[in-house]
Design a protein around this ligand. Structure first.
Ligand SMILES: [Ca+2]
Length: 372
């Protein structure tokens, strides 16, 4: 096994505890790099990000496989919930493989998307970063990191202007995923493009990257009373999200997708899928309810997380959210995970249709907006 069981790690509860970036600035300018359309957690993560008051989302860029099809999924979702002022970028396509949610958006005319679609999504990332005039941009990596590698190759000077938060990484052994594999595993985000995962950890970002790894993200699923609250909500944005979930579940079960095993393990009347990416969105704004561990990490050529001793020069520093805090919000909540879930549900249930002004000023980068 290439992964050492947590060798000499330095464990920290970060000195800034649950400090939010928003405590230091009005809003956090953010770019979301997503493979929406395959696993359903990206749709939940997007819905959560739209509701988080900490963020000013400047750009959503699509990652891996058919990135135009993914942009269509994002565009339809954003349009339905009234967030179609946010520009979209087409990321680096790796092939024409689609996902089970693509057919949900097949009726959407991407050329008519109100926020504009940048054909060169990587260039749009660079322009969105520079438009923030030195304010660090939160780059939320909830898909394979192909776009990041292209960004670093083409625009290396952006590194110090960006903080990166990643869904990915797996270091603790013995955690069984619902559809069979046991950790440590190489998550999709690293397995799909290991070279880009390596580029991400070796870059000189404004601060060491934060990872929302399997250890805590596997616990992010909505069940029981919280799920029923969502199911019974008349909130339109919630209904859009649940429509996506049901379409994804039905399509995943009837086709032969990478998501079929997961969908077969789920009862959508009782539970969400595991919302891996939602934790990464949260972690991009705040460490609240999570305990971060400093690791010296790299990824091998199959996307497995490799942990090296602290004094090794072979890895790079990163913060891994390996544990939820034990302290919850109240007597009925027994831990940070439950507090986070309650918080996420509260935000989703408060969804409204927004005007662009309520989202801050998502600027149109100087490059001509290209419709595809
Ligand atoms: Ca994802």
């Amino acid at each position: 096994m290439r992964i050492c069981p947590l060798l000499p790690l330095v464990v920290w509860v970060l000195s800034y505890g649950s400090c939010t970036f928003s405590a230091c600035a009005q809003k956090i300018p953010a770019i979301i790099d997503t493979d929406i359309g395959t696993f359903i957690d990206d749709s939940f993560a997007l819905a959560l990000a739209l509701q988080m008051p900490e963020f000013d989302i400047r750009l959503i860029v699509t990652a891996s496989h058919d990135t135009v099809g993914r942009a269509r999924v994002a565009a339809k979702h954003l349009t339905l919930v009234g967030a179609d002022h946010i520009p979209l970028g087409i990321g680096v396509a790796t092939d024409n493989q689609t996902g089970p949610l693509f057919s949900w958006a097949a009726d959407f005319d991407l050329s008519g998307y109100a926020g504009g679609v940048h054909k060169d999504g990587v260039k749009a990332m660079q322009e969105a970063i520079y438009a923030c005039n030195g304010t660090p941009v939160a780059l939320i990596e909830i898909g394979p990191h192909t776009n990041v590698r292209a960004l670093l190759d083409r625009f290396p000077h952006v590194q110090q202007k960006v903080r990166v938060t990643v869904m990915g990484g797996s270091v603790v052994p013995g955690i069984r995923l619902p559809w069979g594999p046991v950790t440590p595993v190489n998550t999709t985000n690293e397995k799909e493009d290991p070279l880009s995962a390596q580029a991400l950890v070796h870059a000189q970002w404004a601060e060491p990257p934060r990872f929302a790894p399997v250890e805590t993200t596997i616990q992010v699923a909505i069940k029981g009373a919280l799920w029923q609250e969502l199911q019974q909500s008349k909130n339109f944005a919630v209904q859009v999200l649940l429509e996506c979930y049901m379409h994804w579940w039905n399509e995943s079960r009837t086709g032969s997708w990478i998501t079929t095993g997961e969908a077969n393990s789920l009862d959508p009347t009782r539970e969400s899928a595991i919302l891996w990416d939602a934790e990464a969105v949260h972690l991009a704004a705040t460490t609240q309810w999570l305990t971060l561990t400093e690791l010296n990490v790299d990824f091998d050529n199959w996307g497995h997380t490799v942990v090296s001793p602290d004094n090794s020069s072979s890895g790079r520093r990163a913060w891994f959210a390996l544990n939820w805090t034990d302290q919850g919000l109240g007597p009925n909540l027994d831990g940070g995970r439950d507090s986070f879930l309650q918080h996420m549900i509260s935000l989703l249930l408060a969804s409204q249709s927004w005007s662009p002004a309520e989202f801050g000023s998502a600027p149109t980068p100087s490059e001509e907006v290209v419709h595809v």
